[in-house]
Design a protein around this ligand. Sequence first.
Ligand code: GAL
Length: 656
Amino acid sequence: MMKKVVIIVVLMLLSIIITTTLSMSVSSTTTDTVAAVTYDERALLINGKRRVLISGSIHYPRSTPEMWPDLIQKSKEGGLDVIETYVFWNLHEPVRNQFDFQGRSDLVKFIKLVGEAGLYLHLRIGPYVCAEWNYGGFPLWLHFIPGIQFRTDNQPFKMEMQRFTTKIVQLMKQEKLYASQGGPIILSQIENEYGNIQSGYGSAAKSYINWSASMATSLDTGVPWVMCQQADAPDPIINTCNGFYCDQFTPNSNKKPKMWTENWSGWFLSFGGAVPHRPVEDLAFAVARFFQRGGTFQNYYMYHGGTNFGRSTGGPFIATSYDYDAPIDEYGLVRQPKWGHLKDLHKAIKLCEEALIATDPTSTSLGSNLEAHVYKTNSGVCAAFLANVGTQSDATVSFNGNSYHLPAWSVSILPDCKTVVFNTAKVNSQVVNAKLTSHSLEETSDSSGAFSSGWSWVDEPVGISKSNAITKPGLLEQINTTADVSDYLWYSLSTQIQGTEPFLKEGTKPVIHVESLGHALHAFINGKLAGSATGESSSKRSLTLETPVTLAPGKFTIDLMSLTVGLQNYGAFFDTVGAGITGPVKLKGLQNGSTIDLSSYQWTYQIGLKGEDSGLSDGSSTQWIVLPSLPKKQPLKWYKVIITYYFPNLLGFLQV
Ligand code: GAL
C-alpha cells in the first residue's frame, strides 16, 4: 500500500502552520469486557490481578485522525499496554459553553480506537496540562472571569475546573469508555505537577489540592485517579513520578504502587535550540532500573510527540514540531533503533511479570555501583535485574554462581534468574531510518515529481489596514487586548513633524527605543522596516529594541508589530506574565541628548492581520500569487507551498 501525505505549509515570519492528511485503513477488534481497576502497594489491579503496564503518551490533537489507527498499532507492536493522553480544554471549549469534539479534537474516537486495538488508556484530564500547549491548555476566556485566580483555592476558578472535568467524565461515561463500563480507560489524572510550583500559592495550595482530590473522586469514574509530582496527594489519589529517572521514587503511602507517568523519551524543541536527543541506551536503562526497583507502571512522554498544529503551541518559543525524539517520529514513522530497542526491553520485562507482581524485590550489592534485585514467587518463579550504575567502567559480576558482563550504565534482565535476555546498553534492533530531504524556496518539483506545487506569496500591509482598529491613550498589554485571537498586534502612532522642531537640528542622532514584554517585535518607521527584536527564552521573553530613525518635517509614522510566539504554559501564575509593548516607547538622542516619551500618546491598535481575516493563515484563501517572482528577504510576506510526497509502506523508509 502506498500512503499519500499532503502537507500544506504557510509561513509568515515566525508563524508556521502544517496540516497533514493521511489516508489508510486499519482493522481492529473490539473488547468490551467490564473490568474493575483497583490498586495495592505493588501495582494496579485489573479484575483483581496485579499488572505490569508499559504506557506511552500520544496526544490526539498532535496528529490527524487518519494517523491514529497506525500510531496506535505501532504502539501495540512496540509493546505498549496503555496509551496516555492529556485532555486539552482550550481545544474543546474555545468559547465558554461551546464545545468542539470534531476532527483532531475527537477525543471519543481516539479512545475508542485505542480500545479497539486492545490497549488501555490513561486519561489525564488536568484540566491544567502544561504540555508545551498554549496557555497550559486553559482557554483564554477563563482569564477574563471576574475575580479569577488560576490553580488555587479560588471559587470562580474551581467552579470552571469542576464544570469542565465533570463534562469530560460525563462524556466518557455516556460513551461507556471507563474500564468499569467495559471501556479502555483504566486511570485518570487530576491537576499536573502542582507540587512543583505550589509553594508560590502559600497555604491556599493545600486546600486547592484537597479540593481537587475530592472533586475528582466524587465523579465516581470507577477507576483510580493519580496526581503527578504531588508528594502530598490525599488518599485515595496515587502520587506518581515524572522525570528522566524515577527509580528512586517512593509513593506517599505504603498502600500505593510505584508509578511513573512521564519518562521523557527526549525533549521538546524550542526556536533556536538544539534538536533534543536522548540515547535509547539511557532511556532503556532508566526504564529497566525503575522495574528493577519495584515500579510496575511506566509511561513514555512522548511515545509519539507529533505536531503543534495551528496556534496550539505553548511557550513562548516552542517550535511547531513536537517530535520529542520519541520512538515514533513526528510523521508517524518508527524511529530506530529507539522503537526497536524499547520493544525488546518490553518483551524482557513482560517475561518477568509473574515474579515482578508477586513480591517486593530483594536487593543485594554485587560491588561498588553494582546491584542485583531478585523477585521470587512462592512457587519459585524467579526474575532478576543486574545493574551497573557506574558511568565509567564495565564490570564482571558473579551472581547465583554464574559470571555476567555488565557494561557501564546498564541493566541486564534475567527472567529466569539465570539467562540474560536483554541488556539496556546492547542495541540489537535495526538502525535504518526514514530520511526527509529539504528543498529551497524556488523549488517547484524534485526529480521524482514529489512536489505538486511551488511557492506562492501575498503581501501583508504595514500598519493599520482593518476597519475595526481602536485608538486609546497609552500602551496596552497584548494578551488582554487580543484575547489571543491572533499572534499579532499593531501599535501605530502617526504625527506631524514641523520644520521648526529644534530636534531637527543637524548633529542629533535620534533613536527609537521600545520596551516590550515580548515575544517578538518588528518596528516600521514611515512604512519601512527599521528594526526587529525577539526575546530569547521563556524566562527571558521580554525585549528592548533601539534603532536609529531619520526625522524630517512632515508625516511621521511608527508602526510596531508585536508578536506572541505561543503563550506561557508553565510556572506559578504563568497566566499573568503578559506580553506586548507595555513601554516605554521613546525617541532618544534628540537635541542635547533629550528624549520624548511617546508612551502616553494616542496609539491605534489593530488585532490580527489582514491575511488572517482572508484565510491566508489556514490555507483557505485563493489570493495567492504564484512564481516566477518570489520576493525574498522582504518584510511582511505570506508564503505558501503544498508538498505532496509518497512513501512505501516499508518499515522506516520514506521517499520524498
Ligand atoms: C512536564 C509536564 C509535561 C510537559 C513536560 C515537558 O513537567 O508535566 O506536561 O510539559 O514537562 O515536555
